[in-house]
Ligand binder design. Structure first.
Ligand SMILES: [Zn+2]
Length: 722
């Protein structure tokens, strides 16, 4: 029997007036219309929108330098038609030009030989009624350019230029960006009139290398009155300022490029850059997603394939996260590789069709628009040409359901890029991404619709949620803390885990959780009790959580002589665990000061040996160290604080006990506000939307043969329940 064999919502039958048996997942779907209606979502679509609001199917051949002499444009025009493509991304300039550029040092592609490849493709696309994004690739240059302007390129602390292979990395604070690239943008806009511009490497050198060129030195001195930091040191205020100064420069370049292309190509000739599907990736590239989305008319998402840790479901989630910043009226096309992208990488071999389509389908479920992507215009592996068309044709037929809609969810999961930067620092994968993944994976597994919410948007978005989840949102500003408090004062429920609110937005540790009063638990600044024993059980410590009250004397199992019968009823959060008094944990915990009036249903059992088995008995079976602290607030809100990092553990190991505990916690916090119930076995990613007069539900079946009867999260596919 699986835990998912029973309804996940206890909404009464009388409220279920939408029940449908789906063939896709053999699941029973129950949508609670009352809880949706209460959210009051409007749906509007203005007439005569600009091109970047209406084109929903994109394509791209990422041109190689060999292609000018072998590009079969007539064949590709048929491919555009077959895939119902409405817009194409065409390489124009940057590292090399695919047209006879007259800009000095704008080197022509090796096999261009006077061919105006960009011009021909641009004309073909326009003749066929397609929009054109001129694609730039602009953060490095050849030796000749470097010799002409050595002061435009990044250098290390010894003045040695940074290089990527044979190419030199241009400095984003130099005239390479303000003079050279703007001249290239103007030339292309005036000659070819593309609808807009995009650029996959617009943000220059990443965080891992500090540039000490004279442009940087001068600019940083005038901003901060200080020298550029000599080393990375997250505790150093100057280093933090260097980080922020770098972010701000990317935003200046974003604005400058837009001014340039609009001046040369008209008000709708936008420059849209490209951005990543990973917040940690955006952080490493100094791309401030919230600020970029404030400026952007469209997000060109460069997130081509599934990675092992996050799975296909990441594509649905990132779509929703970006729309949360950008608005649901705007579009988020995503470059989807038709070749084997990710791990391993084979640029000119076909990606397995099912793999490519699953990524596309899960993205579409999250509000992303498809954009086929091939590297090179000629392939010997022609199987890749069959991948996109069925999905694109399906998207075309169903387009009215896929755009101009608003998501429906009562659970918001809170994030911020600043938390990734200044709390996560160089360890964001473990500190920030893993708890996020464990929490959202538990929500997916329980078929609970959720939306990512930026911590600065809690006030704006709070009215649609009954629960906010803060998965180890350690670094929080005072304003963000106050927004959470206000949410609870208004009757909302909060689930917080790990170090949530223990740091400020710059990553400095506070003396107590800023949300301590809400949690009913206070941080105790003792010497870190982390045990000296190394991790004995793989990635997890050999620790447990004790359930309270224990039921050992009431259920079947060996008894110890004289054992007292323990009375008492367990909290609803522990439902389903009646046959056990302990749960595997895997993390470590320290003592907290606990306020009166809260409940502690789980306490910590410290580590004891795994090997040899003779020693595997609890040396300290009971402590008063809280693993879970819960309280009910006067306005009806429920606050659940999990100092135990169950979310991180679930992200790491995918143990069903951890997933079930998180599911119980969310259900208790949400009371009966979860709008959707999907019954039946399998791993189903559910995305629910509202349009005027109707609901739209995506059920993405993530179940596969390889995951049957397996508890382990592997290759991105969720477990199915044994
Ligand atoms: Zn520099």
């Amino acid at each position: 029997m699986s835990n998912n064999d029973k309804p996940l919502s206890d909404a009464g039958e009388s409220r279920r007036n939408f029940i449908r048996q789906t063939a896709v997942a053999a699941a029973i779907v129950t949508i609670d219309p009352l809880s949706i209606a209460a959210k009051g979502i409007a749906n509007t679509s203005a007439p005569s929108e600009p091109w970047y609001r209406t084109i929903t199917r994109w394509g791209q051949v990422n041109i190689t330098e060999k292609d000018p002499e072998r590009y079969d444009i007539e064949w590709w025009r048929k491919y555009w038609k077959r895939t119902a493509t409405q817009g194409v991304v065409i390489n124009a300039g940057g590292i090399v030009a695919y047209y006879p550029s007259k800009i000095p040092l704008h080197q022509h592609a090796q096999y261009l030989n006077g061919i105006d490849l960009f011009g021909k493709l641009c004309k073909a696309a326009h003749d066929d009624g397609l929009a054109v994004f001129a694609r730039m690739d602009s953060n490095r240059a050849h030796e000749e350019f470097y010799q002409a302007h050595p002061d435009w390129f990044s250098v290390d602390i010894n003045g040695k230029p940074y290089k990527a292979g044979d190419l030199y990395i241009s400095c984003i604070f130099s005239p390479y960006y303000t003079e050279h690239l703007t001249a290239v943008l103007r030339e292309i806009a005036e000659l070819y009139k593309p609808e807009g511009f995009t650029d996959n490497s617009w943000s220059g050198q990443g965080r891992d290398a500090i540039c000490y060129c004279n442009n940087c030195k001068k600019s940083f001195l005038s901003r901060s009155g200080k020298e550029i930091p000599r080393v990375k040191n997250w505790d150093d205020k100057t280093y933090r300022e260097w980080i922020r100064w770098n972010y701000d420069r990317r935003l200046e370049i974003w604005d400058l490029n837009n001014l340039t292309t609009k001046a040369a190509g008209g008000a709708n000739c936008i420059w849209a850059g490209m951005n990543s599907g990973s917040i940690s990736g955006q952080s490493r590239s100094f791309r401030d997603y919230k600020e970029i989305c404030k400026r952007a008319e469209i997000i060109m998402l460069d997130d081509q394939a599934r990675n092992d840790a996050e799975g296909f479901q990441h594509n649905g989630e990132i779509g929703k996260l970006l729309h949360g910043l950008l608005g649901w009226e705007k579009l988020v096309p995503e470059s989807m590789a038709m070749y084997q992208a990710g791990r391993p990488q084979f640029r000119v071999a076909s990606k397995p069709t099912a793999e490519a389509r699953m990524w596309m389908i899960n993205g579409i479920a999250g509000g992303i628009q498809p954009w086929w992507h091939h590297v090179a215009a000629y392939h010997e592996d022609r199987r890749m040409y069959q991948t996109a068309a069925p999905v694109f044709q399906w998207q075309k037929q169903n387009e009215s359901y896929l755009i101009n809609r608003k998501p429906v969810a009562s659970v918001g999961v809170v994030w911020s890029q600043q938390n990734t930067d200044f709390y996560g620092r160089d360890n964001a994968g473990e500190l920030v991404d893993l708890p996020w993944r464990g929490m959202t994976q538990a929500l997916l597994r329980a078929r609970i619709p959720y939306l990512p919410v930026h911590a600065d948007h809690i006030d704006r978005d709070a009215s649609q949620f009954s629960v906010l989840v803060l998965p180890n949102l350690a670094g929080m500003s005072n304003d963000q803390v106050n927004s959470v408090k206000k949410f609870v004062e208004a009757g909302g429920s909060v689930i917080a885990t790990g170090d949530t609110s223990l740091y400020d937005e710059w990553g400095d540790k506070r003396t107590d959780y800023a949300l301590a009063d809400l949690f009913g638990a206070h941080f105790v600044n003792t010497v870190d009790k982390k045990e000296a024993i190394s991790k004995l059980a793989g990635n997890a410590y050999h620790t447990y959580l004790r359930l309270s009250p224990e039921l050992r004397s009431q259920v079947d199992g060996p008894k110890i002589a004289g054992e007292p019968v323990i009375a008492g009823k367990r909290h609803a959060i522990l439902e389903g665990f009646e046959e056990t008094d302990i749960l595997p944990f895997g993390g470590l915990l320290n003592t907290l000061n606990i306020d009166a009036g809260v409940e502690i249903p789980l306490t910590f059992v410290p580590q004891f040996p795994v090997y040899p088995p003779e020693t595997a008995w609890m040396k300290e079976p009971k402590t008063n160290i809280a693993g879970l602290v819960i309280s009910s607030k006067p306005k009806g809100g429920r606050v659940i604080f999990l100092p135990a990092d169950i979310d991180r553990q679930f992200g790491l190991n995918n143990l069903p006990d951890h997933g079930n505990l998180l599911k119980n916690i969310v259900h208790w916090a949400a009371k009966d506000s979860i709008p959707l119930t999907v019954e039946g076995a399998g791993s189903i990613d559910c995305h629910l939307y509202k349009q005027t007069g109707r609901l739209v539900l995506h059920l993405v079946n993530l179940t596969s043969a390889a995951t049957k009867n397996c508890f382990i999260f592997f290759s991105g596919l969720d477990s199915i329940y044994c």
